[in-house]
Design a protein around this ligand. Sequence first.
Ligand SMILES: *Cc1c(COP(=O)(O)O)cnc(C)c1O
Length: 364
Amino acid sequence: MAASDQAELTIDLAALAANYKTMQKNAGQAATSAVVKADGYGLGMAQIAPALFDAGCTTFWVAQLNEGISLRGLLPDAVIYVLNGVPSGTAAQFEAHDLRPCLITLAQVEEWQSHCQASKPLLAALFVDSGFNRLGFGEIEIAELMAQPNIFEGWELCLIASHLACADDPTHPMNGAQLERFRNALAVLPKAPASLANSGGIMLGADYHFDMVRTGTMLYGCSATAKEEDALTPIAYLRAPLLQIRQLSAGDSIGYGATFTASGEMTIGIASLGYGDGLSRHFGNQSPSPIRFTIDAQPVSLLGRISMDSLAIDLTNLPKMPSVGDMVEIFGHDNPIDRLAQQGNTISYELLTSLGSRYNRIYK
Ligand SMILES: *Cc1c(COP(=O)(O)O)cnc(C)c1O
């Protein structure tokens, strides 16, 4: 077989399905819906969403209308919620593609209502802001909504949802405060099924589950707490082949800006993956503790700046010296994605959604 100079992104759809089943167990009595925004967290909504549907997931969430339209093309029978709600003038598109907006402002509710009155009663969710201060109805806006006579006529309120800001930290007081505010909102609003928890919220326990939970990151094998031991089975494996191995002497430098200088004899490898593939240039030269990848399960350090197409790693004195063509694991099995994210001062969500399009993508 010919060698490849392409990095390889392997996505394990069987592990995805297994993680979905685990999250169903974690969610107890609540229905388990899946969040597939941003192209399925960068892993490919076209493959991710049908695999989740086959695993028994019937309800999905995206952020934008366009994502909803794409998803409808993939899953004709799924329930699809759009988190950004209904931008002005788009209600007919929601109806045409059978999408449910999460209404976030009074203007959106009014627009949905007038569209429905001219067409037919269509389903929509109401998004409550319980303290995140991102999207949705806060306490004041809920009072304004409830002061409008007949605002809930002509359309069907099918879900009331909100989102937690600090579910990644089970000890954070925001969790309890948001739970209480969400309960207060539910007490004031018309009766409808409720949804509060994302992956982290699911792990906070039954109080947070309500009727439906929304899981994203844990399905994709990432931790909701940023602790690698809290993650389920990895589903994404990123590996890059070594293009060249070279010897350095004391005083030799590596890469753009010559930011790393060898203090003695070194063996380095050049791997075929760079910031053009979504691995941030900020990852280069993190001193005193450089970013680590693995090769044949052996940790190796990143050296110097990341180039657009390649990066350098330290192979000096490795017990099992690799050869050109061998794969460096950027993240996956031996180097968990949450560990890499932590070393790079980011989160696994960002690593996944930054993934490039140049890889050889393998779905299994
Ligand atoms: C992205 C998102 C989720 C999924 O969160 P995870 O932490 O990935 O499980 C759930 N709900 C809302 C509103 C979101 O924006």
